[in-house]
Design a protein around this ligand. Structure first.
Ligand code: OOG
Ligand code: MG
Length: 268
């Protein structure tokens, strides 16, 4: 792929997000490998940064078998979170910003210092100083969420919006608890998905090596203050408008509300 090809695909994905018009599976995209896909993601996120929407963190995807099975893929991926994706705790996001959102229960970690992923001594887990429940809205720029691994990576891992709850300082006891803490996702006050943090790579501590490896290979920056979403513990669920909430045993809960016009035309 040439630099022009990379920029072309980044533009197609940006336009799809802006116009809320997903790319069809037949869309004229060149065949991509993962290295090219991360290059496209880098250009796409860089364009957002130059438009005043800075990176605020990273997200892992497909860290649970529930998610891998749902989407038919088998590898961990990493995307960028930007300031405009962040919804304050309990806040609102307008439905008109989204194409076909799905909601996921997440846990978020906070990075306390800059890390150089290329440094073989880098240790991500010891650099995480707090954890919080989080809720993520994903919104593929491909119709029907039909993608392969390179396409979802190029599309910044379907990232669209997220909210982070109250940060709790991490210590050894909390890490031990997080090895297997109950996770519940509710839509409109009704619990709809149940999981455990154990579903995240078998133990969320394993996101450390996974994230560092991908960050080193694909030049992804890891900076002090970054939010790190660990990846959903359950399959994602489609949601249109209304209240969505993640609850994590021992950590608390966090919600956001999608406002706007429902499919039936009624305002929420
Ligand atoms: C990609 C995003 C995956 C997760 O938590 O596994 C993700 C997708 O499913 O469209 O955010
Ligand atoms: Mg996710």
């Amino acid at each position: 792929m040439t630099v022009a090809d990379v920029q072309h695909v980044a533009r197609l994905l940006e336009d799809a997000a802006r116009d809320r018009t997903p790319l069809s599976p037949q869309a004229e995209l060149p065949d991509l490998d993962l290295t090219e896909a991360y290059a496209i993601q880098r250009v796409l996120v860089g364009n957002r940064e130059s438009l005043g929407d800075p990176r605020v963190g990273v997200k892992l995807g497909f860290t649970s078998t529930a998610k891998m099975r749902q989407m038919g893929v088998d590898d961990v991926i990493v995307g960028a979170l930007t300031a405009r994706m962040r919804v304050r705790e309990g806040g609102r996001i307008d439905r008109s910003r989204l194409i076909h959102p799905r909601v996921e229960p997440e846990i978020a970690f906070r990075l306390s210092r800059d890390l150089d992923p290329a440094d073989p001594r880098a240790d991500l887990v010891s650099a995480l100083d707090a954890v919080a429940p989080a809720v993520e809205l994903i919104d593929s720029r491909f119709s029907g969420f039909a993608f392969d691994l390179p396409r979802v990576v190029a599309d910044n891992t379907s990232a669209a919006a997220f909210a982070v709850g109250h940060w709790v300082p991490l210590d050894a006891a909390l890490w031990a608890h997080l090895a297997n803490a109950a996770v519940t996702l509710s839509i409109a006050g009704r619990p709809v998905a149940f999981g455990s943090t154990a579903a995240i790579l078998g133990d969320p501590r394993r996101i450390g090596a996974a994230l560092l490896g991908i960050a080193a290979e694909h030049s992804i920056p890891l900076r002090a203050g970054d939010v790190v979403l660990a990846g959903a513990a359950t399959a994602a669920l489609p949601v249109d408008t209304g209240h969505v909430e993640t609850r994590v045993a021992g950590l608390g809960r966090v919600a956001l509300t999608i406002t706007g016009t429902r499919d039936d035309g009624e305002r929420t």
